[in-house]
Design a protein around this ligand. Structure first.
Ligand SMILES: Nc1ncnc2c1ncn2[C@@H]1O[C@H](COP(=O)(O)OP(=O)(O)OP(=O)(O)O)[C@@H](O)[C@H]1O
Ligand SMILES: [Mg+2]
Length: 278
C-alpha cells in the first residue's frame, strides 16, 4: 500500500542536507546554453550551446584547437565576453545581469592565472603577491602599504607554493616555473572562490608544467576551490583533471570524467569540421 503522504507527522525524521552539504553539492559555476558572438552579423558563433558545471574541489580541463573558444568561455564567467544567449551563474552571481559594482565584486572573487604570468617585472615577488589583495586593501592601504596581516598571509602563500626564499627578489629574475608559482600565490591572495587558468603551462617545460598543474590540483582539493584550466596537451589534461570538456569550433564535443576518457576518444576535438574556414 502506498503511504499517504498527506498525513506524514511533522516529527517523522527527514533527510535534510545541512548548509555545508548543500553548498558543496551545488555547482559553484553553472553555464547553460551559452552562445557568444563577437560579430552579430556573422552566422557562425564563437560559442554555441555550451554547458558547464564546476563543483568545489575539482579541476576541469578545457581542450580544443586554437580558436575553438576556450578563452572566450573563461571570459564569459567574469562578464568579459559578448554573450548573446544562455545563462551563466558563478558563486551565486547571475553573471549576465550584474551591475558594475557587482561585476567588480565577482571579478575580485575569481583568481586568474595566465600563460605569460602577468607579473609586474620590477616589483619584488612579495609585492606581486600582495597585489592580489588590492581589492580589499583599498586606496588608503595603497598609500600606507599593506597591513602586516596581509604580508604574513602573502609569505604563507609563497611558502605554500615553494618559493618563500625568493620573496625579496625582483619577479623578472625568476624562472618561468617560479613566476607561475608567484602568479598562483597572487591568485590565492584574493581568497578566490574560483580559479581560471588559461594555458598556465604553455610556456613551461614538461616537468615544470606537471608540477604547476599538480599545485593547482592540490589547491582545488585542499581548499575546495574549483579550477578551470585550458590546456593544449591531452595527456596532461588526462593526468591532472577530474573532468574534461572538449570544444570544437565553439561547440561542446566532449564532456566527461578523465578516467572514462582516452587520448583516442578525445582526438575528434582536433579534427577539422566541414565548415572549417581556416
Ligand atoms: N575580442 C575578439 N573580437 C573578435 N573575435 C574574437 C575576439 N576574441 C576571440 N575572438 C574569436 O573567437 C574565436 C575563439 O577565440 P578564443 O580566443 O576563445 O579561442 P581559444 O580556444 O582560446 O584559442 P587559443 O588556443 O589559440 O588560445 C576565434 O575565432 C577568435 O578569433
Ligand atoms: Mg585561448
Amino acid at each position: 500500500m502506498r503511504p499517504n503522504t498527506t498525513t506524514v507527522p511533522s516529527s517523522e525524521p527527514r533527510e535534510l542536507l545541512n548548509t555545508a552539504q548543500l553548498r558543496s553539492a551545488l555547482p559553484l559555476v553553472s553555464v547553460r546554453g551559452l552562445q557568444v558572438s563577437y560579430d552579430p552579423k556573422k552566422p557562425v558563433k564563437v560559442l554555441d550551446g555550451v554547458d558547464l558545471d564546476l563543483f568545489r574541489g575539482e579541476v576541469v580541463s578545457l581542450l580544443g584547437a586554437s580558436g575553438s573558444g576556450k578563452s572566450t568561455l573563461m571570459k564569459s564567467l567574469t562578464g568579459f565576453a559578448p554573450v548573446s544567449a544562455g545563462t551563466v551563474r558563478v558563486a551565486g552571481h547571475d553573471v549576465l545581469n550584474l551591475r558594475r559594482g557587482e561585476l567588480r565584486q565577482l571579478r575580485s572573487e575569481v583568481g586568474q592565472v595566465f600563460q605569460q604570468f602577468n607579473l609586474i617585472p620590477r616589483l619584488s615577488v612579495l609585492s606581486n603577491v600582495l597585489t592580489g589583495a588590492l581589492h580589499e586593501a583599498g586606496a588608503i592601504n595603497l598609500v600606507g602599504g599593506f597591513s602586516s596581516a596581509h604580508r604574513r598571509y602573502a609569505m604563507e602563500l609563497l611558502d605554500r607554493v615553494g618559493i618563500a626564499h625568493k620573496a625579496r627578489d625582483q619577479a623578472r629574475s625568476l624562472s618561468g616555473g617560479q613566476q607561475q608559482r608567484v602568479a598562483i600565490a597572487r591568485a590565492l591572495m584574493q581568497r578566490p572562490r574560483l580559479i581560471l587558468a588559461d594555458e598556465p603551462v604553455a610556456s613551461l617545460d614538461p616537468k615544470l608544467a606537471d608540477s604547476v598543474l599538480q599545485l593547482l590540483r592540490d589547491i582545488a582539493v585542499q581548499d575546495g576551490i574549483p579550477v578551470l584550466v585550458s590546456l593544449h596537451v591531452v595527456p596532461m589534461a588526462l593526468a591532472h583533471s577530474d573532468r574534461i570538456v572538449g570544444l570544437r569550433q565553439g561547440k561542446m564535443l566532449v564532456s566527461g570524467a578523465s578516467d572514462q576518457l582516452t587520448a583516442e576518444s578525445l582526438s575528434g576535438i582536433y579534427e577539422q569540421g566541414d565548415d572549417d574556414g581556416n
